[in-house]
Design a protein around this ligand. Structure first.
Ligand SMILES: [Mn+2]
Length: 422
């Protein structure tokens, strides 16, 4: 299944009249505020988000998993799916691989396939949170923090292997997320566990190619329920600092305790020059891995409001990290891509000079009004314009359904294929 240019053109032709009218109206509104809609549309069009290879199949919970049919059964099919997403939206121009779930058997062929689809390889992800078939030593009691040196060494070597695979594909970063921790008080010597983790990360870092970066992801709980070795941004920051200037903190929106002020963390890490990237998702209670922007779109906007100031000066990696239990993953990903770009566009509307003035005057009401005025502007015409300019569908989700993409994938792949991943 491929999306043809003719599909996009026929779809857009039907909607272009209405789009032009809506965009012209927004242009006028923005013009009054001294903003050029075309400039913002260009910036939105340039904003690309990586799709993780594990988010293309049905996810699940610890209670069960319900397959959706037509799931990609191998890396080639996963790339094809990201290719479909990118053809429809022109906003998903990268894939983030998980090793060993997506071990390429022929890296050259994989690279060529991605090139043909206009997709580059974002950060590669290592996996020491589960044991693989035939693995010599178990990670049951931790990987880089493990009390046994041989387990730590095995985990280090796995990360080096992931870097090597990523290097062959043209990736430029590795994301390390550790499930290491403890579920019961007394189980783990906190200081020793952190020290082991620090030393192991430093060892991995020593092997990092010169033009690579290392992202250290944090999480407060789960799968361990009493303590996590890399529990928060402070610990991640400490470890990044111990490693060197190519090590950064990675913020996964779902990896915070309820009501954490994530936008403040983002601002702080930007100031410290240690923000490396993002994993987008949304949640109500914990690490729910729901569609980005589905629960707390205002928080997402506030995060982008901090990001727009430092985005250009910092090279940041953007990725969706969600699990699709109910919706078709491709539809869910399109909704996430849309939500991320909406938040970006809204943040670009904030009158930053006026906001600074309001802050200098301690004019709290004005500061709030400035933010909410931007947030409440309907910027969907801007996103459509960004898509039109980059050759994407004006309404990707509608075209996806018009073309019966999932039905065709099921016809090609069957109903029982299972995507590797969680
Ligand atoms: Mn993540």
């Amino acid at each position: 299944m491929t999306i043809q240019t003719s599909h996009i053109e026929a779809h857009n032709d039907k909607r272009i009249g209405e789009h032009r009218a809506q965009y012209a109206f927004l242009e006028q509104q923005l013009d009054k505020k001294g903003l050029r809609a075309d400039d913002i549309a260009e910036r939105v069009a340039a904003f690309q988000v990586a799709v993780p290879s594990w988010a293309l199949g049905a996810g699940g919970t610890r209670f069960g998993r319900f397959p959706i049919g037509g799931e990609p059964g191998n890396l080639t099919q996963k790339l094809d799916d990201v290719g479909l997403l990118h053809a429809l939206t022109r906003s998903a121009g990268a894939i983030s691989l998980h090793i060993p779930w997506d071990m390429p058997t022929d890296p050259t062929a994989t690279r060529e396939q991605a090139d043909a689809l206009g997709i580059r390889f974002d950060a590669v992800n290592s996996n020491t949170f589960q044991d693989q078939p035939g693995q010599r030593l178990s990670y049951k009691f931790g990987s880089l923090c493990n009390v046994t040196p041989a387990v730590r060494q095995q985990a280090i070597e796995h990360n080096l292997e992931v870097i090597e695979i990523g290097r062959q594909l043209g990736s430029k970063a590795i994301t390390v997320w550790l499930a290491d921790g403890s579920s019961f008080p007394g189980q783990l010597d906190f200081r020793r566990a952190l020290l082991h983790t620090q030393e192991a990360l430093q060892e991995i870092y020593r092997h990092l190619p010169d033009d690579w970066r290392m992202f250290i992801e944090y999480k407060p709980y789960e799968p361990n329920f009493y303590s996590m070795v890399v529990q928060d941004w402070g610990t991640s920051h400490f470890l990044a600092q111990c490693c060197g200037e190519k090590a950064f903190c990675l913020v996964d929106l779902g990896h915070h305790l309820p009501n954490t002020n994530i936008e403040q963390i983002v601002a702080t890490l930007l100031m410290l020059r240690r923000l490396g990237g993002f994993h987008f998702n949304d949640s109500k209670y914990g690490d729910d891995d729901l569609t980005t922007g589905s629960i707390r779109p205002y928080q997402l906007f506030l995060i982008f409001n901090e990001l727009v100031d430092g985005m250009e000066a910092n090279e940041l990696a953007w990725m969706i990290d969600a699990s699709h239990n109910l919706k078709d993953p491709l539809e869910d990903l399109m909704q996430s891509l849309e939500a991320i770009r909406l938040a970006l566009a809204q943040a670009l509307l904030v009158d930053r000079d006026a906001l600074r003035e309001a802050q200098a005057d301690n004019d709290v009401a004005r500061a709030q009004t400035l933010l909410q005025d931007a947030f409440r502007t309907d910027v969907r015409p801007l996103l459509r314009e960004a898509r039109r300019r980059s050759g994407a569908a004006l309404e990707p989700l509608e075209l996806y359904r018009e073309l019966n993409v999932r039905g065709r994938l099921i016809a090609e792949r069957g109903t029982k294929t299972v995507a590797t991943g969680l």
